[in-house]
Design a protein around this ligand. Structure first.
Ligand code: SAM
Length: 343
């Protein structure tokens, strides 16, 4: 009998393949700061807070926060008491007037569409577009069949590795029913019930992804245990009767206010003692890395209204709602999950 891929794992680590894809526009963000803003020359003379940097360059706080984390992770800036300073590396190599200034080396990137996109995101605070080929931001594009299909397939192929890696690290022996919020193809629900056969799950998705999920779950042979509920996670009340929620790779698509709204909706729908799993790529509490997450955050801020949230930000949002933080675990290819309990 063929082995269910959701109960096995590849013999080799796909990390370099993820890394290249996840980091693809991080250098464009660096180039935008360097060649369009002359950011490093200015910061060398004006160590500043995030607010002062935004005010001086007339740029928005979400992309600027992503930029600061990236530069921190690259060893180009450091932060002390909320004030950002250059490091010796950036002072030597990125400041006009230094004998080793590399700015001319990056100047050829100035008119790259991706570098210009980054400048646009910094200046407007809005996403540029998905992969520089779709005129709409991805959230609107996801409502179109021709975009939703390939996008969901992209998420699905990651889930075949990430879903089992998460499922094997979770103890769900006390749980009965999992709600997979914005669960895409349902791959994570399938991986969860494959590893924890006593569980049932439902994918909460909006059209047209709900249909794609039903087909995908049936193709994998999980329709008996994994259903699909059609709905809008922002506009509708979340279905009840589930004692564990999964929010996987979803918060990173949204700005702080919608993120808080989604977490509040989870809290409202969960029973007392229920659990929330947030699976994503997370920035560390100090917002100094890891570099892979900082690079991926640059991609997300470019194509969505979100970014990779830090462990500190998530702790604050969850704590304010009354969730108890119970665990944080790495999964695979730089991803991780947070486990929180409704008290
Ligand atoms: C980045 S994908 C993540 C899919 C899956 N959870 C994963 O980890 O691969 C984000 C998902 O959010 C869904 N989504 C976006 N807005 C939504 C809404 N208002 N209600 C329900 N789902 C939504 C999209 O259809 C998409 O499948």
């Amino acid at each position: 009998m063929p082995v269910d891929p959701l109960l096995s794992e590849p013999a080799t680590d796909p990390l370099p393949l993820y890394r290249g894809r996840d980091a693809i526009v991080a250098t464009d963000l660096l180039a935008a700061a360097m060649v369009h803003l002359d950011f490093f020359t200015w910061l060398s003379e004006h160590p500043s807070t995030l607010g002062a940097i935004c005010a001086h360059f007339e740029i928005h706080s979400r992309p600027t926060d992503v930029l600061m984390t990236l530069l921190n992770a690259m060893g180009l800036i450091t932060q002390s008491g909320g004030v950002f300073h250059l490091t010796l590396r950036s002072r030597e190599h990125l400041v006009k007037g230094s004998p080793w200034d590399l700015t001319p080396y990056y100047t050829s990137m100035k008119d790259r569409p991706q570098t210009l996109d980054m400048l646009k995101v910094l200046r407007t605070g809005k996403p540029a577009n998905w992969g520089s080929y779709d005129p709409q931001a991805w959230a609107q594009a996801m409502e179109r069949e021709d975009f939703a299909g390939p996008f969901t397939a992209a998420m699905d192929c990651r889930g075949v590795v990430l879903g089992p890696a998460m499922a094997k690290k979770l103890d769900l022996s006390e749980n009965k029913a999992l709600l997979d919020v914005a669960g895409g193809s349902g791959i994570y629900s399938c991986a969860m019930v494959a590893k924890h056969p006593h569980l049932r799950a439902s994918v909460f998705e909006k059209k047209p992804v709900d249909r794609i999920a039903r087909e995908s779950i049936a193709k994998r042979g999980y329709s008996e245990k994994v259903s699909v509920t059609t709905g809008d996670m922002f506009a509708d009340d979340w279905p009840t009767g589930f004692d564990v929620h999964l929010i996987s790779n979803v918060l990173h698509d949204w700005d702080e206010e919608p993120v808080r709204k989604l977490l509040a909706k989870s809290y409202a729908a969960l029973p007392k003692g229920g659990s929330l799993i947030v699976h994503d790529m997370h920035i560390n509490a100090e917002k100094t890395g890891p570099l892979h997450a900082a690079e991926y955050s640059a991609l997300l801020m470019n194509i969505t209204e979100g970014k990779c949230y830090s462990v500190g930000e998530m702790r604050a949002y969850l704590g304010e709602l009354g969730f108890e933080w119970t665990d944080f675990q790495p999964t695979a290819v730089g991803r991780s999950f947070i486990l929180a309990k409704k008290l």
